[in-house]
Design a binder for this molecule. Structure first.
Ligand code: FES
Length: 105
């Protein structure tokens, strides 16, 4: 599956992604290190903040958990499309999704 990631310089990167891994892990595995993900996905840093720009037709995301909401609330650049990428597990319904890495936390 593929995911398109826009980095902070505006460049688009379409990367091969592995199902079953988080979006954060896939972005990091693609070498896009500006997504820091300092806590390694344990939902305690918010440095994996992304904006979900588009989902594939018929695709959808699970609702944010309360813990994800609480962490995002601390981010200056919060928008309606904000998500913590470590909390999104990729599967076929997300093939082709597009995200932008949020400004540095
Ligand atoms: S990697 Fe720390 S909250 Fe996602």
């Amino acid at each position: 599956m593929k995911v398109t990631v826009t980095t902070r310089d505006g460049a688009e990167h379409t990367v091969e992604a592995r199902e079953g891994l988080s979006l954060m892990q896939n972005i990091r595995n693609a070498g896009l290190d500006e997504l820091q993900a300092i806590c390694g996905g344990s939902l305690s840093c918010a440095t994996c903040h992304v904006y979900v720009d588009a989902l594939p037709e018929g695709g959808g995301l699970l609702e944010r958990s309360r813990d994800e909401d609480d962490l995002l609330d601390a981010c200056d650049e919060l928008t309606d499309t904000s998500r913590l990428s470590c909390q999104i597990v990729l599967g076929p319904a997300l093939d082709g999704m597009r995200v932008t890495i949020a400004p540095e936390y």
